[in-house]
Write a protein that binds this ligand. Structure first.
Ligand SMILES: *[C@@H]1O[C@H](CO)[C@@H](O)[C@H](O)[C@H]1NC(C)=O
Length: 430
């Protein structure tokens, strides 16, 4: 769980030790062991040789964080317990001053009533499977998509970028889908694109621009072809789509939770906001693509998803919505990033996968900014303060209350989540 806001005001709160850039990240009971940034490793290693380095980096970051948290924990604990906690002032804690610069207060209309947030109707959204050359994973992904109820409310496409595989991939699409029309989009080859990160980024640009500029989808869901989908996958996106329309501080919905390990993620009805882009089955609205399109690099030096997380100022203070229990599952064992038996594979095996029947998730209006912030404030106020990460583990299953775990200053947490350290800002969450 993540508290997704940065607060300049906390830094200057006199009761806090100003020398430390401390924050209160509310780590809900459930999400403790998982400050590992799993997806970081998956997404940033674009060729297999990077995978080991990624896992090692995570390990290093993890242990650095343990030390940092211990120190920050002591400092925050004494600050919180020795004075009237600044948490009691809602203006202060949730004024989100820097966030307001990006999402102007005037833009944040009062929350619409839950009745306005009804599940998205037909004809407004498309689903795009992004595939390369693997017929087996594409067949499995399509199968799991074609079993979804309400499929007829969406337009369907498979986007391909590997010309030598077009025929065999198209054959899979044709045999899988007799009942539904599935369009096949073929990205023209670009010989100038040589490295995998650039090719993948170019393919996503193609799929996004086909979706929003050519097919004119208002909402589009992108699914990597090595995913299979939970029973209410489409419903999940239908019920959350209005959030993208009504709350400009939310720019994406993802079906994935990096911290959704089966040991700790259990509430299939619970969604949360995060300023991290989880990816792996995600949806945006056309207005977000209009903003991203001119910024999309033709020759990126890093993965497109990494760029989206850290390189787009316009997204910096906006959030994604994600489920506690993932709505997608990674099944490929031979892909570029995930090999059977590898460290990442073992982590992925531990992820929870929602079994919630279709249509049971309702009223997600608590995720709207003007309701979510007071909610998170209360979570923080009511939380027990844990002195360090190890002690958090002891609480699992023993306490009903949430635990707040102070997370270290941006510099120390850098390895865990490489946000650029910004003087005077506090980064909450991980
Ligand atoms: C997004 O889609 C809606 C509905 O079709 C349309 O009215 C609007 O102009 C579109 N916005 C952009 C930026 O394309």
């Amino acid at each position: 769980m993540v508290v997704a806001s940065r607060r300049r005001s906390l830094c200057s709160a006199s009761s806090f030790q100003q020398t430390l850039l401390i924050l209160l990240g509310a780590v809900l009971l459930a999400f403790i062991t998982a400050l590992i940034g799993l997806y970081l490793a998956i997404s940033e290693s674009d060729d297999p040789s990077h995978e080991r380095a990624a896992v090692q980096r995570l390990r290093r970051a993890h242990s650095a964080t343990l030390h940092a948290m211990e120190r920050a924990g002591r400092a925050v604990k004494s600050a919180v317990h020795s004075t009237k906690p600044p948490l009691s002032s809602s203006e202060r804690v949730f004024q989100s001053s820097s966030k307001a610069q990006a999402v102007d207060a005037a833009q944040v209309a009062p929350s619409p009533s839950p009745s306005k947030l009804e599940a998205l109707g037909g004809g407004r959204a498309g689903i795009v499977i992004v595939a390369h050359d693997r017929t087996d994973t594409l067949a499995r992904c399509l199968d799991s998509l074609l079993q979804q109820p309400d499929l007829s409310l969406f337009r369907l496409a498979v986007s391909l970028d590997h010309a030598p595989s077009f025929d065999k991939m198209e054959a899979v699409v044709r045999t899988s889908s007799s009942r539904y029309q599935v369009n096949v989009w073929k990205k023209p080859d670009d010989p100038k694109q040589k490295v995998p990160v650039a090719k993948i980024a170019a393919h996503f640009r193609f799929a996004l621009s086909q979706s929003f500029e050519v097919a004119k989808f208002e909402f589009a869901i992108f699914i990597e072809n090595d995913l299979v989908l939970a029973p209410d996958f489409l419903w999940y996106f239908r019920i959350t789509a209005p959030l993208l329309e009504h709350d400009p501080s939310i720019w994406c919905v993802s079906s994935w939770n990096d911290n959704g390990f089966s040991e700790i993620a259990s509430d299939e009805r619970k969604l949360f906001r995060t300023d991290y882009f989880p990816g792996l089955g995600w949806m945006i609205r056309n207005d977000t693509w209009s903003m991203l399109a001119p910024l999309w690099s033709s020759f990126p030096s890093t993965g497109w998803d990494h760029w989206i997380r850290h390189g787009v100022p316009q997204l910096r203070y906006r959030d994604c919505v994600a489920p506690e229990v993932p709505r997608s599952k990674h099944v490929d064992t031979k892909g570029t990033n995930v090999k059977a038996g590898s460290g990442i594979y073992k982590l992925l095996e531990k992820m929870a996968f929602s079994k919630l029947p279709n249509g049971e998730l309702h009223d997600v209006s608590y995720l709207l900014r003007d309701r979510y912030e007071p909610y998170m404030q209360k979570v923080l106020q009511d939380a027990q303060m844990a002195p360090n990460l190890e002690s958090l583990r002891d609480f699992v299953g023993q306490s009903d209350s949430n635990l707040a775990q102070p997370v270290a200053n941006p510099k120390e947490i850098k390895g865990l989540r490489p946000l650029p350290p910004t003087p005077g800002h506090i980064f909450c969450g991980a």
